[in-house]
Design a protein. Structure first.
Length: 97
């Protein structure tokens, strides 16, 4: 069964350019993972500091491989300094039958 999630966070004013660069780099890495099926980052049209990322992994093992990646740990470590709140808010999703 696929592992699907929706992540969201809001960038602090002044960090927009750095987070956009970080997201471009992360997207390249994640899309190259063999178990990643979809990684779609977006910003809200009326507030580009609000990020939304839709992610789909082949299965739980592929997701676990994703979270063990060193580039992800570096991304999350730096992101924490650039966003409002402590971390991204994650919503786990299930497909509708």
């Amino acid at each position: 069964m696929t592992k699907t999630l929706y992540a969201e966070f809001t960038v602090k004013p002044g960090s927009e350019a750095r987070v956009a660069e970080m997201m471009r780099e992360l997207t390249q890495h994640v899309r190259g993972e063999p178990g990643n099926e979809l990684f779609l980052p977006h910003t809200r049209e009326e507030n580009p500091r609000e990020y939304f990322v839709f992610e789909v992994y082949r299965d739980e093992a592929a997701f676990q491989e994703h979270i063990r990646a060193d580039y992800g740990a570096r991304f999350n470590g730096e992101l924490a300094r650039h966003i409002e709140g402590d971390a991204s808010e994650l919503t786990w999703l299930l497909p509708v039958a």
